[in-house]
Design a protein around this ligand. Sequence first.
Ligand SMILES: [Zn+2]
Length: 166
Amino acid sequence: MREALAASVGTSQMGMEADSEHAADRIAAMAFGPRLGSLLIRYRDANQRRWEREAVAMIAHRVVRAHKISQQIGLAVARCALIEWSQPQCSTCRGAREMMGASLKIACHDCAGSGVRRYTDIERHRVIGAWGGRVARGYDLALATITNAVMTTTGVTRAQLERDKI
Ligand SMILES: [Zn+2]
């Protein structure tokens, strides 16, 4: 699997080095396909909690396998990442990315102008019950898995819409 991924991106030394491991994880996340993405979009946009369990299980499965963490922590990591992704608005600027200063608009301090609420590692630690090392790397993978799955699904849907127009 890693060899195939390495070949597909023209990288020869995957597996040993941490950065390459990380790259392989990200590519593997991209390959997750539309199923997870459609679950996630329904979960977020239609507020359909019944999709949560399957989405969390899929994300956790990948995180547990990739980073050798326990099933329990893997599920907690997946759940926390899902919350962070589905409730992304910065609570200070409400997603507007900027605030009105005395005479000009300034980038929101709390989200550094991203409009997105980034959870702190302390918050993540509290929600998950563990942090650092493999758990932190697993969390990165969980977030990457989510965003890539949604991008894949959105891309597939857009391509289908384009094709149907013709
Ligand atoms: Zn903000």
